[in-house]
Design a protein around this ligand. Structure first.
Ligand SMILES: *[C@@H]1O[C@H](CO)[C@@H](O)[C@H](O)[C@H]1NC(C)=O
Length: 148
């Protein structure tokens, strides 16, 4: 009896451990980042394409922030638990576009985390100002509402 109990205990521990490591990172849902910006990513279609919306907490302009649409795609992925992806945000309140690229990870505690880098292109009036038209940065996203 003791052996059976021990066996079941070891088995269940093994199942929990493999469940954690096999956990998939899923892009669909609501995310928040280190700046307090939020985004919602919709369901992926069969080609890994998605759309969503981005509510930034920060702006390089003095314009009033508006929720802006995003379009992206995840690398073809069915088997992959930590997919790469990219998306474009078309800012509704400025003549600017940001492209993000990143990877969806599951951390040691089983939590999903998006590690991204972005380029923000602002419109300038003349080619002479092209040199200062692009900014680069890093953002880390976690789920706004944990799935636990
Ligand atoms: C992001 O969501 C949180 C929680 O709902 C909210 O407190 C915060 O104001 C939101 N940030 C933006 C930029 O909307």
């Amino acid at each position: 009896m003791v052996q059976v109990t021990t066996f079941l205990l070891v088995l269940s521990l093994a199942l929990v451990a493999s469940g954690l490591s096999a956990r998939k990172c899923v892009l669909t849902g609501q995310w928040t980042n280190d700046l307090g910006s939020n985004m919602t990513i919709g369901a992926l279609n069969g080609k890994g394409e998605f759309s969503g919306s981005y509510h930034t907490a920060v702006t390089a302009t003095t314009n009033k922030i508006q929720i802006s649409p995003l379009q992206g795609s995840q690398h073809s992925t069915n088997q992959k638990s930590q997919p790469t992806f990219g998306f474009t945000v078309n800012w509704r309140f400025s003549d600017s576009v940001t492209v993000f690229t990143g990877q969806c990870f599951v951390d040691e505690d089983g939590r999903e985390i998006l590690k991204t880098m972005w380029l923000l292109r602002s419109r300038v009036n003349s080619i002479k100002d092209d040199w200062k038209a692009t900014m680069v940065g890093i953002n880390v996203f976690t789920r706004l509402h944990s799935r636990e």
